[in-house]
Design a protein around this ligand. Structure first.
Ligand code: G3H
Ligand code: 13P
Ligand code: ZN
Length: 308
């Protein structure tokens, strides 16, 4: 099966009230674990590559590994650049066969963010590549943060509408309380679902994206802690909230940290139980299986299982 565009995946996800899982990949075992999971769960899939992943593994290796997955499976897979930080990086990924790119100008002032996204859109669209952009900053909702401070950080629904119109971006990553990594909230986990609703009202039928959606499952934190990796106070987005978001116009949900935790906990366990182990297949193999199990679980949480 050839690579697919996110455009068709999003149309189906919006109509079906679920979200497509977008999982970060860095090496062969991670790709294999994710693809096997999606095959078994009969779920569409987005494999995403960050700038750091591309530097670590190199564009050519990652593309060839994904091509191998496409050769041996019938799964519709989109290949996406995660958090592109420049026009040049996006151009290189578009020229190199990615089926969609994210340009992340969320740290820039509004007008500069728009100008950067527009430049990428103008290059991507004639080549049939959709563009994801981001407005607002990812940060957890903390108790002491006032409503006005929150308004300054999170995606403003009116601005979102103007932003999409002026940039021509194809999907929008929104800031409603999620953040990257294993430390998302201090205290109670909260997402601003009212804001999400308002954004949807301003952008009817338009695909939204949720970054920072790992749940930091406590069993893996405990496993990491037990075998020497200290993650005190790690906290993610409860999975009920992820399932709730997946039923809205959020049709792409990004998950990386949960896979990293599953992989790392597994490898730590192998070395704790067999300190003399030095065959990479003996720890990367179980790590690949742990990723597969995690992704199978996530695809059900997103409602993406059984949607092929
Ligand atoms: O949002 C970022 C992803 O988790 C990728 O992280 O830049 O360390 O590859 P990375
Ligand atoms: P997590 O760190 O919550 O897994 O988020 C990943 C992400 O948003 C990648 O773009
Ligand atoms: Zn992200």
């Amino acid at each position: 099966m050839p690579k697919v565009s996110t455009t068709g995946l999003f149309e189906k996800a919006l109509a079906g009230g679920y979200a497509v899982g977008a999982f970060n990949v860095n090496n062969m075992e991670i790709i294999q674990g994710i693809v096997e999971a999606a095959e078994e769960e009969k779920a569409p899939l987005i494999l995403q590559i960050s700038k750091g992943a591309r530097e670590y593994a190199r564009h050519e290796y990652l593309m060839k590994l994904i091509e191998a997955a496409l050769q041996i499976s019938d799964l519709p897979i989109a290949v996406h650049l995660d958090h592109g930080d420049s026009f040049e990086l996006c151009k290189s990924c578009i020229d190199g066969g990615f089926t969609s790119v994210m340009i992340d100008g969320s740290h820039l002032p509004f007008a500069e963010n728009i100008a950067l996204v527009k430049k990428v859109v103008d290059y991507a669209h004639p080549r049939g590549v959709p563009v994801e952009a981001e407005l607002g900053r990812l940060a957890g909702i903390e108790e002491h943060v006032s409503v006005s401070e929150r308004d300054a950080i999170f995606t403003n629904p009116d601005q979102a509408q103007e932003y999409v119109e002026r940039t021509g971006c194809d999907s929008l990553a929104v800031a409603i309380g999620t953040s990257h990594g294993a430390y998302k909230f201090k205290g109670e986990a909260k997402l601003d679902f009212e804001r999400l609703e308002e954004i949807q009202e301003k952008l009817p039928g338009y695909p939204l994206v949720l970054h920072g959606a790992s749940s930091v499952l406590q069993e893996f934190v405990a496993e990491c802690n037990k075998y020497g990796g200290a993650l005190p106070g790690a906290q993610g987005v409860p999975e009920e909230m992820i399932s709730r978001a997946a039923k809205t116009n959020v049709c792409k949900i990004n998950i990386d940290t949960d896979l990293r935790l599953a992989l790392t906990a597994t490898i730590r366990k192998v070395f704790a139980e067999k300190p003399a182990e030095f065959d990479p297949r003996k720890y990367l193999g179980p790590a690949r299986s742990a990723i597969k199990q995690m992704v199978k679980h996530k695809l059900r949480v997103l409602g993406a299982a059984g949607r092929l």
